[in-house]
Write a protein that binds this ligand. Structure first.
Ligand code: 0A1
Ligand code: ZN
Length: 867
């Protein structure tokens, strides 16, 4: 018997890629789920890969005990195991290899491979979890047909699922039963899944565009069945949307979703057996907010869309992760935009990109969308791979236009169905279908960092000519300097001085470092609306005056840029107050009054107005600061909000009243917009945290018939010292203590409080009976909520915030290295903070680095952060 445990951290390079030495013709897996251990038998038919460069079979494996190995049915011992790999020297051209091993899912707290969640078995194999189940070539370019037999106690585990179709089932001796699943589509092992447990099933069907009936099943814990209808409706909408927009039909007869409480990420697209974090399946008005509903719809779509973008066409190696993730995020964003308000979704997506991806780009962990090296691939499930990757697809969509883009994706699916390919292959399809040269565009995949785009304008009255001059520059990032200019699509429209559109949106293609575009026949100086819809992920700087921005804020036909103009004015105002606390901001405050008046007239989209009334978040403002001082940003932001409240108190109160909940609860975009607007107004009205504020928030809570309104009230009370705060938090806990996802909210809403006692609160929460360090959702609800969404207290000058995070990272390092590594994120930008904060952040990182037995995951993030 051989046992293999930890593997030393090692850097993997894209340039070292070579095809797998052996192809797996078919894989037979058998799982015997026993109390205290699981026996896995894997029988694989291998054949030498003609494209391979080595003749040794090298299989990856971790955290298991090998019981026996057989080659072509004969016991075999001529293998070596070292550094997480089993090597068999030159096993021949074609052979079958059977490996029996023992694993311990009940002791698996890393939640990779086969593990238990609330007594049920489930798997997570992406990216490299399959090697914790059995020895295999654990790489995405080895595709095979899987047949899986599961055997377990029939009473404890009535549900037993794997990918594909059910082939056989039956009872065995001693109350045990078995099922055999067969997936006819060859797949990489990261898409393998197994679930066994006591779960309830919610069922529906979908008829595909060619008239095939597909069974849709959602499995949840008993009692949660009533919270699945939104997920099921979202799944059906996703299936239909993919047929309509991409011509993609689902090919199997069954699509399963299983919700589990213990999950490292949001969800996983295993072929026909998606495993989801409960947070992204369960949704009911009593327990989920509007934003939860939106997330469920988006992630159900995302995982479903992976069926084509990821599963049918997969990645050659993990450096190509964005091939499937960037494209799939773009698809889920567009799906959500089609189901809801496009402008609102774009605003929210861009806000997230700026807050989280731009900050990644500004940190020592900046990396390209197609990176060229990594230590732990699980650390590369980043905002850059996902969200910037989606922006790269969006730009290609913009450059090609919707129709040609669709031709290009048809070509991509035709050309590569059943294959493992690269980002280069994807862009080549875009080039082939459009006849365009996209080689300069491909630099977007290779160059890390957020480009800057400076625009200056000039009006030549004598020739009635207007010019826009663009200058692009690329920042240096770790190990990348002297970057080349990018191919940037800039969507531009022109308005006249009265707000009339002179020139509808036109896409200018900036390819040079400096480039000028001329507009003829301009009788007057126009006002440009630049980068409409945020057509490229750049930092834009323009020479527009405040008056130009004010005009765009009112009249731009592009919903995104209308909002953006207001945000730019807000950022300028915040900067003025930061530079000079007594600065005169009456004009800005008066402009907000105009927006409030618009709201009172009942005109316009309420969801958009809610966003227009919200000042940029601290994390977005920070991106515009040379040196980040969270307390100073917060002070300026709060001072402006207070002035808005004092100036417009009556109008705001009227707008709040006008948007009161009247009648039945509804999930229409209008109803969600109304709630969002009321929330934005309540936030301003309660900014001073006085007695009146607390009374207002408490009244909002008491009137609530849904979770959105309750959470709004709690958020507005979180910073308060008034007695209503404790009352409302206690009532909320008492009502919802049996709903883990709501208890997560209770933890988060306290962790984000910007108030003096926060460190006592955090200590109380960490020791609370409901806190569980092994549950990622709970860990995130306390620690990530604090470190990411409470920037003022996380960056408290005492350093207590950093110490709080440091200690949990060290504790989680041995329990769940993936989650521990993710927790480091708020520290990675340490060099951008004030010297005093920097020193303390650096000390926290160094203390983590000095921890004995540091996992590869944490080591990679901390050591790169400190560089
Ligand atoms: N592919 C999934 C996300 C995912 C990635 C890694 C995981 O474990 C390390 C789990 C899920 C998606 O994009 O939804
Ligand atoms: Zn994905």
């Amino acid at each position: 018997m051989r046992t293999e445990n930890a593997v030393a951290p090692k850097t993997i390079y894209l340039k070292d890629y070579t095809p797998a030495p052996y192809l797996a013709k078919q894989v037979n897996l058998s799982f015997n789920l026993l109390p205290g251990k699981t026996i896995v038998t894997s029988s694989v038919d291998y054949v030498k890969n003609p494209a391979g460069v080595s003749s040794d079979l090298v299989l990856d494996g971790e955290d298991q005990t090998v019981i026996s190995v057989a080659l072509n049915g004969q016991p075999f011992e001529d293998y070596t195991i070292a550094d997480g790999q089993m090597t068999i020297v030159n096993p021949g051209h074609a052979f079958s290899l059977t490996i029996v091993s023992e694993i311990h899912p009940e002791a698996n707290t890393a939640l990779e491979g086969l593990y238990q969640s609330q007594g049920n078995y489930c798997t997570q194999c992406e990216a490299e979890g399959f090697r914790r189940i059995t020895y295999y070539q654990d790489r995405p370019d080895v595709l095979s047909v899987f047949t899986v037999r599961i055997e377990a106690d029939a009473l404890a585990y009535p549900v037993m699922l794997s990918n594909g179709n059910l082939q056989e089932e039956g009872m065995l001796a001693d109350g045990r039963h078995f099922r055999v699943w067969h997936d006819p589509f060859p797949k990489p092992c990261y898409l393998f899944a197994l679930v066994a447990g006591d779960l309830e099933r919610v069922a529906d069907t979908f008829t595909t565009m060619t008239g095939r009936k597909v069974d849709l099943h959602i499995y949840v814990r008993a009692g949660d069945e009533g919270q699945c209808s939104h997920a099921m409706a979202s799944l059906k909408k996703s299936m239909q949307w993919d047929e309509e927009v991409y011509g993609r039909e689902y090919q199997l007869d069954l699509f399963n979703i299983v919700a589990v409480s213990d999950f490292n990420m949001g969800a996983m697209e295993n072929t026909s057996l998606n495993v989801f974090n409960t947070a992204l399946v369960l949704a009911h008005q009593e327990t989920a907010t509007d934003s939860d509903f939106m997330s469920v719809e988006g992630v159900i779509g995302h995982e479903y869309f992976h069926n084509w973008t990821g599963n049918r066409v997969t990645c050659r190696d993990w450096f190509q992760l964005s091939l499937k993730e960037g494209f799939t995020v773009f698809r889920d964003q567009e799906f959500s935009a089609d189901m809801n308000s496009r402008a609102v979704l774009r605003i929210d997506d861009v806000n997230t990109l700026r807050r989280l991806q731009f900050s990644e780009d500004g940190s020592p962990l900046a990396h390209a969308v197609q990176p060229d090296q990594f230590i732990e691939i699980s650390n590369f499930y980043t905002k850059t791979i996902y969200d910037k990757g989606a922006e790269l697809i969006r730009m290609q969509h913009t450059l090609l236009g919707a129709e040609t883009f669709r031709k290009a994706t048809d070509l991509y699916f035709d050309r590569f169905d059943g294959q493992a390919v690269t980002c280069d292959d994807f862009v080549q399809c875009m080039a082939d279908a459009s006849g365009r040269d996209l080689s300069q565009f491909f630099r977007w995949y290779k160059q890390a960092g957020t480009p800057s785009l400076q625009v200056s304008s000039h009006y030549d009255a004598s020739h009635q000519r207007y010019t826009l001059t663009f200058k692009q520059s690329q920042p240096d990032t770790p190990e990348q300097t002297n970057k080349q200019p990018l191919h940037i699509p800039v969507a531009v429209g022109l308005l006249d001085a009265f707000g009339q559109e002179l020139l509808p949106t036109r896409v200018l293609e900036v390819t040079e470092r400096e480039q000028t575009f001329t507009f003829a026949d301009m009788a007057d100086r126009p006002v440009p609306s630049i980068l409409r819809g945020f057509s490229a992920p750049v930092k834009l700087e323009t020479d527009l005056s405040d008056d130009d921005l004010r005009l765009l804020q009112v009249y731009d036909t592009d919903g995104f840029n209308k909002w953006e103009a207001g945000q730019t004015l807000a950022l300028r105002t915040i900067q003025r107050v930061m530079d000079q606390p007594e600065a005169d901001i009456t004009q800005f405050v008066a402009d907000i009054g105009t927006l409030i008046a618009q709201g009172l007239s009942g005109q316009g989209d309420k969801a958009l107005l809610a966003r227009a009334l919200s000042l940029p978040l601290l994390g977005v403002i920070a991106q515009h600061q040379a040196v980040i001082d969270p307390a100073a940003i917060d002070a300026a932001r709060t001072a402006i909000l207070i002035q808005i409240k004092r100036t417009h108190k009556e109008a705001l109160a009227a707008l709040y009243d006008l948007n009161r909940n009247s009648g039945e609860f509804s999930m229409t975009p209008e109803a969600m917009g109304r709630r969002a607007l009321q929330h934005a107004v309540l936030e301003i009205l309660t900014v001073t945290n006085g007695t009146g504020c607390a009374a207002r928030s408490k009244a909002h809570y008491d009137a609530a018939d849904n979770m959105t309104d309750r959470v709004t009230a709690l958020a507005c009370l979180a910073d308060s010292d008034q007695p209503q705060r404790a009352e409302v938090f206690a009532d909320f806990y008492a009502r919802f203590k049996n709903y883990p996802l709501v208890v997560d909210k209770w933890f988060s809403l306290q962790a984000i409080a910007n108030r003096e006692q926060i460190f006592e609160d955090l200590a109380m929460l960490r020791n609370h009976a409901d806190f569980n360090i092994k549950n990622p959702n709970r860990v995130r609800s306390l620690y990530s909520a604090f470190a990411i969404n409470n920037p003022v207290k996380f960056h408290d000058p005492s350093g207590k915030g950093y110490a709080f995070l440091r200690d949990v990272i060290i504790e989680l390092n041995t329990i769940n290295p993936q989650i521990a590594a993710r927790m480091v994120t708020p520290l990675r930008e340490w060099k951008r903070y004030t010297p005093a904060l920097q020193a303390q952040m650096q000390a926290a990182l160094e203390a983590i680095l000095a921890t004995p037995n540091l996992s590869g995951d944490v080591f990679e993030i901390v050591s790169k952060s400190l560089k």
